[in-house]
Design a protein around this ligand. Structure first.
Ligand code: SF4
Length: 328
């Protein structure tokens, strides 16, 4: 690890004043960034500690929820409003990492965590376009059990590791951002990017920009929601496939449905094809399986991850079955 300056910001204005766009990184809980620095994958000249910035979780005037970016993952998961109005978010957070890490990790840092592709972390021995543009990608012909089946490119097939972000994608969350140029809001679905020709760029975040909060709208589908994560061991493992879903049923028909997948793409994957095929339909297991088929028809697999297609189909159907009361 290289030497760096450390400054703690007492408030947002101080953080924005301290940051030097290309040389600094904001520090939340440090549960990913410090690892990246230890591995010499990231080497900022300065860390601006924003972990003392607002961590409040409060109602919005339109019935939604505003979650401060410094809120700890464990605090968000345990908050009564999250547990009752956005259960998929609480369950997704509790499915992530370990209790110790959830106590440290912040919402802002969770959104910005980088892929866990093993080749990305092997700076001494592997080729990786995300770490070094133009270097090549050893995962495409290597060990790709954990890699993408949607939205990959010839340059990168990595997946996004966050559980929380899958729930936020299904909930149509909005990311609040601030910089010296002012404030702006970006839909979470537009915040993370697919690799394309530039896998080294993970997000729409501009240099020096700070995540200040996440905003959630309220909806019946958000209140009737769940998250299921399938992984190689029962804790402290990243998703092979995960599903965040919400369902609103009225008069025996699906009025609203939200489905997002994790472990399948470089960003949380919103299953729009599946959603479209379900709206207005009766909530049956056959419909759920057909919707999953429609979504997974667009998958592209690699040698080690073809199993994800069937796994994703079954998990989508199982979660929607749980939400509709038809667990058959
Ligand atoms: Fe790097 Fe992406 Fe290839 Fe992994 S999949 S080695 S992150 S370029």
């Amino acid at each position: 690890m290289r030497t760096f300056d450390y400054r703690r910001a007492a408030h947002q204005a101080e953080a924005l004043a301290l940051v030097k766009a290309d040389q600094s990184r904001y520090l939340g809980g440090g549960t990913n960034l410090v690892d990246l620095m230890r591995q010499n994958i990231e080497a900022p000249a300065a860390l601006i500690d924003v972990s003392r910035l607002p961590a409040t979780i409060e109602d919005t005037p339109n019935g939604g929820l505003l979650i401060g970016a410094a809120a700890r993952n464990s605090a968000v998961a345990a908050h009564p409003a999250v547990r009752t109005r956005y259960p998929m978010l609480s369950r997704a957070l509790l499915a992530g990492a370990s209790a110790q890490i959830r106590n440290m990790a912040t919402v802002g840092g969770n959104i910005l965590q980088r892929t866990r592709c093993a080749y990305f972390y092997d700076a001494a021995g592997s080729r990786c376009n995300k770490r070094e543009a133009g270097a090549g990608c050893d995962a495409i012909t290597g060990f790709n059990r954990y890699h993408a089946i949607f939205g990959a490119s010839e340059h990168c097939i990595a997946t996004h590791p966050s559980d929380m972000c899958v729930a936020l994608a299904a909930l149509d969350a909005t990311v609040h951002l601030a910089s010296g140029d002012g404030e702006r809001r970006v839909a979470l679905l537009d915040f993370h990017r697919l690799p394309g020709d530039h896998p080294e760029i993970d997000t729409a975040l501009r240099p020096g920009e700070l995540i200040t909060a996440i905003e959630l709208a309220s909806s019946p589908a958000a209140a009737n929601s769940a998250y299921r994560k399938v992984r190689d061991r029962s804790s402290y493992a990243f998703a092979l496939v995960s599903v965040a879903a919400g369902l609103e049923i009225a008069a025996g028909k699906i009025k609203d449905v939200r489905i997002a997948l994790g472990g399948v793409a470089a960003k949380p994957w919103r299953a729009t094809r599946a959603e479209e095929s379900l709206r207005g339909q009766a909530p049956t297991r056959e419909r759920f399986l057909a919707a999953a088929d429609a979504e997974l028809a667009g998958a592209k697999t690699y040698e080690g991850n073809a199993f994800k297609v069937e796994l994703a189909k079954r998990t989508i159907a199982a979660v929607l079955g749980e939400l509709s009361g038809d667990d058959a």
